[in-house]
Design a protein around this ligand. Structure first.
Ligand SMILES: [Fe+2]
Length: 353
């Protein structure tokens, strides 16, 4: 029996949301039912910045999900919706954990506990808006652990909520859950440059300089910024005094699977629940492979030689093969752009969540 309420349109999802909950997860009781007409107020952003504007070359952009880097802030939730999201996030706080060395306090898998959060993260109205921003057809991420990710203020004032990094998933939006206009610091910040430039700075022990950092002005809680998270270096900045600071990040994938996966699920080992991650990782890899194999069936012509045919098959199953390799090896150190230069960890890599 499906647990999904009628507001979730499964036909727009890359994969149906699992009908069975992972072991140990219970649905919250007494939640409001998600009502898009009351809880959403989606408005398009005024501007978008392109990857080319950040200094990326055509060859860097071509294999990625979207040519867009990030948008200006746009409204997603009504005041009522924003108030419910804050309640849900506070209710999820007891499930908080540290993401190894990068994020002090976060909750993942909330969409396996809160039907309201799940319905928001899968809402077709929001997906449609994100597709228009990214200029390509997108869907909520095929791995539910990437839906409704919540970051909470660190236990130590002055520690960044989330260190400078780029994401392990291609596309997402970042939404303040608490009111960003009244917070002491803790701003969401974007580096106006490429990953290579951020890595060069990190290698010499530096952080992105203030004149190349942009902090969008959100209109309030329930607004969002869409980012090409895997290509744009960003962070949740430190608070200057103790305060409640919660943000929500919802992940998306491009439906065109001919392009790069842009996922580093191996970095989620030791972060996500071991009773959840392998299953969702396998589903994602299988979804990628099925799409490419179906494309191959539909397009493979006569007249190709064996080497070409082998290459086509290899491309079709590349994500599956990579996934098998990654599942069978130890994950590398978690990646971000704030390792000490002499720590022995390669600061040039920075990639997580
Ligand atoms: Fe991020």
């Amino acid at each position: 029996m499906s647990e999904l309420n009628t507001s979730v349109d499964q036909t727009r999802l890359p994969l149906a949301f699992p009908e069975v909950q992972p072991p140990g997860y219970e649905w919250f009781e007494n939640e409001p039912t998600f009502d898009p007409s009351l809880h959403l107020d989606p408005q398009p952003p005024e501007d978008v910045v392109m990857l080319a504007d950040l200094g990326y070359e055509e060859d860097d952009i071509a294999p990625t999900a979207s040519p867009v880097a990030f948008s200006s802030p746009f409204k997603v939730l009504s005041d009522e919706g924003a108030a419910i999201l804050l309640d849900v996030a506070r209710r999820l706080r007891p499930y908080g954990a540290r993401a190894r060395e990068r994020i002090d306090n976060m909750v993942r898998g909330g969409c396996h506990r809160s039907r309201w959060l799940r319905a928001l993260c899968l809402a077709p109205e929001v997906t449609e808006l994100l597709s228009s921003i990214y200029r390509t057809e997108v869907a909520p991420h095929s791995m539910p652990v990437h839906l409704g990710h919540l970051n909470y203020e660190p236990t130590r004032v002055g520690e960044a909520v989330d260190k400078w990094h780029h994401d392990t998933l291609p596309l997402d939006y970042v939404m303040p859950v608490t009111d960003p206009r009244t917070l002491p610091g803790g701003r969401f910040e974007v580096f106006l440059g490429t990953k290579t430039e951020a890595a060069e700075l990190a290698a010499s022990g530096e952080r992105p300089p203030a004149d190349r950092v942009m902090a969008p002005d959100f209109g309030g809680p329930g607004w969002a910024v869409a980012i090409h998270g895997n290509m744009v270096v960003h962070r949740g900045g430190p608070l200057t005094e103790a305060a409640e600071r919660i943000t929500m990040v919802n992940g998306y994938v491009a439906l065109d699977r001919s392009r790069d996966d842009q996922s580093r699920s191996q970095d989620l080992v030791g972060v996500d629940d071991p009773a959840v991650l392998p299953t969702e990782w396998v589903r994602h890899a299988a979804w990628r492979g099925v799409g490419r194999l179906e494309d191959l069936l539909a397009t493979v012509p006569y007249g190709i030689d064996q080497a070409t045919a082998a290459g086509l098959l290899e491309h079709a199953v590349a994500d599956i093969q990579r996934t098998i390799r990654e599942m069978r090896t130890e994950p590398p150190p978690i990646e971000h752009y704030e390792h000490e230069p002499r720590s022995g960890i390669n600061g040039a890599r920075g990639d997580h969540i």
